[in-house]
Design a protein around this ligand. Sequence first.
Ligand code: IMP
Ligand code: MG
Length: 192
Amino acid sequence: MNSSDGSQQLTLLYSRTQIQQRVTELAKAIADDYPGPGLVVVGVLNGAVVFLADLLRAFRQDVRLGFVSVSSYGTSAESSGAPAIQIQSDLPLVGEDVLIVEDILDTGLSMTLLCQAIQARSPASLRICVLIDKRQRRLHAVKTDYVGFELSSGFVVGYGMDYAERYRSLPDIFSIDVTDPECGNDGDPKLG
Ligand code: IMP
Ligand code: MG
């Protein structure tokens, strides 16, 4: 149900306090696993930027930082082909311990392709940290190493995550009612 100004209905899902607590726990778990410096942290643009910034600030040790992007692929994972992966050209990957930081795992297609692209550069190790795991929607198996929250259904925005490039700057995470005719068959747009 949309309001008269075109905004969708938002329902608070995770407050900024809950998020910060979970991010602190994740950072500690990661730091315990990588006690030395040199971890290469790879953020997936654009949605993971806010999560990644908070995660980095919760670390104690030095890390190296880079970004990759995964192109959007329409409203259905099946309908519009594979997303393209772009890796920052000077990102050190060969022989490095690499940690991918992503906002959401949904069908797992983006992450599967991203992992393949990074594995092709022969890192020493590769792990995955996601803020939100929609495990029940998985179509492509992905082994996660650090998961913030598991979500069984719905579309979420805020804390860097968008719906049609809206709502990224909200400090909390909301579920959004996108079951309207403008946003595809199942109200599940892949928009960034
Ligand atoms: P997948 O390839 O199906 O796993 O899709 C993952 C990508 O879809 C994420 O990186 C997000 O960009 C986007 N996505 C999936 N679900 C949501 C959501 O609930 N809110 C915002 N973006 C989402
Ligand atoms: Mg994304």
